[in-house]
Ligand binder design. Structure first.
Ligand code: ZN
Length: 358
């Protein structure tokens, strides 16, 4: 394939049909970046407007970016960013990875062959109204990560675990139904999952602790999921391939339990007993380290969730590209590392030792 030598289109050249075109506000930066990226990668990816949400007197799109050609029954790599609107660095990290992929597709024959072996679906700005408002919740005040119908019977944290008292208080779960944003993620995931036996997902967040953590379900109970062996295999694969990596991989329940966790819900719906392997991962970037290095950030709400200096933001953006590249390759080659039925018991026992569960 001949490499294209087109210059990267400028902001003014692109987004011709965009509902958010020409808006200069900082609030829409990530949506505009996604539209430009989709123009640049239109040979391989399709940008679909899956829904709209109201923000003040306008409608904002919830987009998915999906690769156009892939083999029948290909594994699915599902990537989500910005579920919590204020955690912009999650969206930006996902956009950085997609940009890396699209730029390489312009010249890398090997990657062109590889990409047809998996279905890639990304929702980089899952909560555009929350992002525009600089809030964790959406415009209705609902914390989308507490919005699913899963109940935790173990949690004792009245607020952090999700509350149904008022949308004016944090961690509000909403009124017994999925919000447009969560229903859209559900719809897109459900459609993409239809013809596959393997799903690997990554949902990017920030705002907890000093280290980068990769969490997996459950959030509603402290007991490990029954079929834990694929997660142990993936962890071992990652650590052998990247021995100097700095992530901690663990169940979310090691830290706190919540009601309504989206990935608990999706795991039960699309993995679990369906016969399909589904590994839902959440990246929790250790944002407290950015605060420690620059305490003045504490004066701004978004300072608790985002690196506010240019060099630190660049460092974060390049940091997670290796992880997402690894997940891409792991999903394509899942049959080479998923445990055999004979290995499952041993790996399951190992998981209980590793994460100190009984
Ligand atoms: Zn979050």
């Amino acid at each position: 394939m001949k490499p294209e030598i087109n210059a990267i289109p400028s902001e003014e050249d692109t987004g011709k049909h965009s509902p958010i075109r020409n808006r200069k506000q900082k609030s829409f930066t990530e949506l505009q970046q996604l539209e430009r990226l989709a123009d640049r990668g239109s040979k391989w990816f399709e940008l679909k407007k899956q829904a709209e949400v109201r923000y003040k007197n306008q409608l904002l799109p919830i987009y998915s970016l999906q690769n156009i050609k892939f083999q029948k029954n290909a594994p699915l790599l599902f990537l989500v960013g910005g579920i919590h609107g204020v955690e912009r660095i999650g969206s930006q990290s996902l956009l950085a990875f997609l940009s890396h992929l699209i730029e390489r597709l312009h010249w890398d024959d090997y990657l062109n062959q590889l990409i047809s072996k998996t279905q890639i679906v990304a929702i980089p700005v899952a909560n555009p109204s929350g992002m525009a408002l600089g809030k964790r919740s959406n415009a209705n005040g609902v914390d989308l990560m507490r919005n699913s119908p899963i109940e935790s019977f173990e949690t004792k944290n009245l607020f952090v675990s999700g509350q149904s008292i008022s949308s004016l208080l944090p961690w509000y779960r909403g009124s017994n139904q999925l919000e447009v944003e969560t229903a859209t993620i559900d719809k897109v995931l459900g459609q993409a999952a239809r013809e596959t036996n393997f799903i690997l997902s990554l949902d990017l967040h920030s705002g907890f602790g000093f280290r980068d953590r990769i969490w997996f379900p459950y959030a509603y109970r402290s007991r490990l999921m029954k079929r834990i062996s694929p997660i142990v295999s993936l962890k071992l694969l990652w650590e052998r391939s990247y021995p100097d990596n700095a992530y901690i991989i663990e169940p979310q329940s090691n830290h706190y339990l919540t009601h309504g966790d989206l990935w608990d819900y999706f795991y039960k719906k699309y993995g679990h007993k369906s016969g399909r392997t589904f590994i839902p991962l959440t990246l929790e970037m250790g944002s407290w380290i950015w605060l420690k290095k620059r305490p003045i950030q504490a004066l701004r709400f978004d300072g608790y969730f985002n690196p506010n200096t240019k060099h630190r933001k660049s460092r974060v953006l390049r940091r997670h590209i290796s992880l997402m590249n690894f997940l891409l390759h792991a999903s394509i080659n899942y049959q080479n590392w998923l445990p055999t039925p004979e290995q499952e018991d041993n790996l399951s026992q190992f998981a209980h030792t590793l994460w100190k569960k009984t």
